[in-house]
Design a protein. Structure first.
Length: 123
């Protein structure tokens, strides 16, 4: 089952799998070494921050109402919870925000909008 939820906005229709890409997320160093190479400190690794880019293909769009809700959320600068199910990155992520203003160009049908946005997911 696929799910893509930004704050309280449950996207439907859903962005296709190929429209969603993730960057970042490598693990931070878990050891500190002395000059001679001996381990001084070990700690559990935390995943690094990630960016989720969502770029809709030309023949795909979101509902115009949802695009306006996302635009309002982004313009308010509010951090939100992102819920992803069935995508490359899966889970519930808190403290997320839009890196830039989301873009929603017009689609051939006025009830829909094309879309392009990047969400920053803290570690």
């Amino acid at each position: 089952m696929l799910q893509f939820k930004i704050g309280n906005i449950d996207l439907n229709p859903l962005p296709p799998l190929e429209a969603v890409t993730v960057s970042g997320g490598s693990r931070a160093a878990t050891e500190r070494l002395a000059l001679d190479g001996t381990v001084i400190v070990q700690r559990a690794a935390k995943p690094a921050s990630r960016r989720l880019a969502v770029q809709g293909p030309d023949n795909y769009a979101l509902l115009a109402e949802q695009a306006e809700q996302i635009r309002a959320l982004a313009s308010g600068g509010v951090r939100f919870t992102l819920v992803l199910r069935g995508y490359e990155l899966e889970g519930d992520f808190t403290g997320c925000f839009f890196e830039d203003a989301p873009r929603f160009p017009r689609f051939r049908d006025a009830r829909y909008r094309r879309f392009s946005f990047t969400i920053y997911i803290p570690q």
